[in-house]
Design a protein around this ligand. Structure first.
Ligand SMILES: [Zn+2]
Ligand SMILES: [Zn+2]
Length: 113
C-alpha cells in the first residue's frame, strides 16, 4: 500500500518568545493621524498645537496647508498671499488670472468708530 500523505515534521514552535513589552512610551507615542503605535514616533509642535507622528507622511497629512489653486499639500515654503497659500508661483498666477476677489488693494484698517 502506498501512503501518499507526505507529512513533514513541523518545526517546533519557538518557545520563550517574550519581548519585553515596555509600557514606557507605548501609549504616549501614538501617531495622531493614523493611530499607529510605533516606537520611533516624533513630536511636532506648531501653531496648531503639539502632535505625535510615526512618519512625515502623516505629519504632512495633518499639518501641511493645501494649495488654494490645485489643492495639493504645500510641503515646501509655498507662496503666501495674505492668508491664502499656494504651492508655487504658477498656482498663484493662475488664481490671480481667474479673477481673484482681492484686487491687489492693500487692506486698510477697519473698525473705525
Ligand atoms: Zn501615522
Ligand atoms: Zn498648487
Amino acid at each position: 500500500m502506498l501512503n501518499a500523505g507526505a507529512r513533514k515534521a513541523g518545526a517546533a514552535a519557538p518557545s520563550g518568545v517574550c519581548m519585553g513589552a515596555e509600557p514606557r512610551w507605548r501609549d504616549a507615542m501614538r501617531c495622531d493621524t493614523c493611530g499607529n503605535d510605533y516606537d520611533r514616533t516624533f513630536k511636532v509642535s506648531g501653531p496648531k498645537g503639539e502632535f505625535v507622528f510615526d512618519s512625515f507622511e502623516c505629519a504632512i497629512q495633518k499639518l501641511a496647508p493645501k494649495c488654494a489653486h490645485c489643492s495639493c499639500r504645500v510641503i515646501g515654503h509655498g507662496v503666501e498671499v495674505g492668508e491664502t497659500i499656494y504651492c508655487c508661483e504658477h498656482c498663484r498666477r493662475q488664481d490671480a488670472r481667474a479673477g481673484a476677489p482681492k484686487h491687489g488693494a492693500a487692506r486698510s484698517g477697519r473698525g473705525a468708530h
